[in-house]
Design a binder for this molecule. Structure first.
Ligand code: 5AD
Ligand code: SF4
Length: 447
């Protein structure tokens, strides 16, 4: 009889990718995915450690699973970055956890499940194995929608002073080109039309090709552009320091590469950027934005911002607002600085009081929302391709993605899932656009 697997995913897109791969790894053991936790024989929490609140969600959720475990003997696993950072401490805090598995060790989940069912004990694996998990993962078997993620690079060597990623995800590594091309072809065969290449520092990609030559992300994108069926490519998340000229030119040359780039700057103050160990200043970031706009005039940008980093003064914060005004973002994510265990910034003097962080965050978010609305409204009257991937709330209404990752609503007869259609934008709010179909750019996708 098949067993049911429930996975709850927190945090970034890499975790979404990893969750799908964990389901692939457990499928041969008879585990089928379910979206109902009450039916599960095994529950995996794929966790995020980036900020305190994200971490605490894990323990909150484990508390809720206690009741379920009291009723039925389910297996509970904690995966992801909290697992990596806290390891055995998790089982001490919450003994109902059977398995703790880090982000580089989840290909060994089948052995861990076998071990606990034999011995009824606990299993912990937070190794960074010498051989990559990618060498052991089966081809994906979970349903693939029109938009898919593909991890090409993992880990980070940048050591920004606020960030846990270099500790939880480990050192930077790039997957070989051929493995990525094979996975992309498989995704295309399964119906993916748009692929987002993932990496904590994706633009530091430098994987070997079949001849042993090291390729940068620009060249990888050029090779992926040749795959039939893949119509759109994106990549995230990039570090400003690794935006090589060749990658900037890929934005000019590759039609399939979408004109939208997530390029976190974190702060607009050189003093704070230095304290963050970002290895760039505001001027070099602005210069980079100029070069990107020269290569691809219609490119739009998004960023991450941290407010209230230790030592941040009002003047530093104003410098961040100035930078935001100079760049003009299509969208952005912003966070209050959250001290993370084991990071250098945690120990810095002059931690900023919570109410100051809150006030700055509200100001920054108001500015971003106004830029986002302005960007969305600037699309009114334009026509662009929209990749439809889900039903809207109203009868006959469908939702798709613009090249800029905006949600676009349109009325359509028939089933457009997986099709890219030209849409004229008629209306825009802060979070979505509405439009009308002009024509269908291509025949129905076979998948
Ligand atoms: N506090 C607040 N925000 C953080 N981020 C990373 N670490 C922290 C932290 N300690 C934010 C950064 C990063 C995004 C993924 O999360 O802006 O780009
Ligand atoms: Fe964290 Fe990104 Fe800095 Fe790496 S580059 S340490 S992932 S914020």
């Amino acid at each position: 009889m098949s067993k049911k697997l429930f996975i709850k995913t927190y945090g970034c897109q890499m975790n979404v990718y990893d969750s799908a791969r964990m389901a692939d790894v457990l499928a041969p053991l008879g585990y089928e995915p379910t979206d109902q936790v009450d039916l599960a024989d095994m529950v995996i929490l794929n966790t995020c450690h980036i900020r305190e609140r994200a971490s605490e969600k894990t323990f909150h959720e484990l508390g809720r699973l206690k009741a379920l475990k009291a009723k039925r003997n389910i297996t509970i696993a904690v995966a992801g970055c909290v697992a990596q950072a806290e390891g055995a401490e998790i089982q001490r805090r919450q003994p109902l956890v059977d398995i703790v598995v880090g982000p580089q060790a989840y290909h060994r989940l089948p052995e861990m499940v076998a071990k606990i069912s034999r011995a009824r004990g606990h299993a912990l694996d937070t190794d960074f194995p010498a051989d990559s998990k990618f060498d052991h993962l089966p081809q994906t078997d979970t349903p693939v929608g029109p938009t898919a993620f593909l991890t090409v690079q993992e880990g980070c060597d940048k050591f920004c002073t606020f960030c846990v990623v270099p500790y939880t995800r480990g050192a930077e590594m790039s997957r070989p080109v051929d493995a990525i091309l094979a996975e992309a072809r498989h995704l295309a065969d399964c119906g993916a039309r748009e692929i987002t290449l993932l990496g904590q520092n994706v633009n530091a990609y430098h994987g070997p090709d079949a001849d042993g030559q090291s390729l940068g992300l620009g060249d990888l994108i050029r090779r992926l552009s040749d795959i039939d069926g893949i119509e759109r490519l994106r990549y995230t998340t990039s570090h400003p320091r690794d935006m090589a000229d060749d990658l900037i030119l890929a934005h000019r040359d590759c039609e399939k590469l979408m004109p939208f780039l997530h390029l976190p700057v974190q702060s607009g103050s050189d003093r704070i950027l230095a304290a963050m160990n970002r290895q760039h200043d505001a001027a070099s970031y602005l210069n980079l934005v100029d070069r990107l706009r020269q290569a691809r005039p219609d490119i739009a940008l998004s960023s991450d911002f941290i407010v209230g980093f230790p030592g941040e003064t009002d003047a530093d914060f104003q410098a961040t607002l100035d930078l935001i005004r100079q760049v003009g973002y299509a969208q952005a994510y912003s966070f209050k600085y959250s001290p993370r265990p084991g990071t250098p910034a945690e120990l810095m003097a002059a931690q900023v009081p919570e109410p100051v962080k809150e006030e700055r965050l509200a100001k920054l978010q108001a500015l971003i929302v106004s830029q986002q609305l302005a960007f969305n409204q600037a699309q009114i009257g334009k026509v662009f391709g929209v990749l439809f991937d889900r039903r809207g709330r109203r009868e006959g209404q469908w939702i798709g993605r613009s090249p800029y990752l905006q949600s676009v609503h349109a009325a359509i007869n028939g089933e457009p899932t997986g099709k890219i259609a030209n849409v004229k934008i008629l209306n825009a709010g802060p979070n979505s656009l509405t439009g009308e179909i002009i024509d269908t750019m291509e025949p129905a996708c076979a998948a």
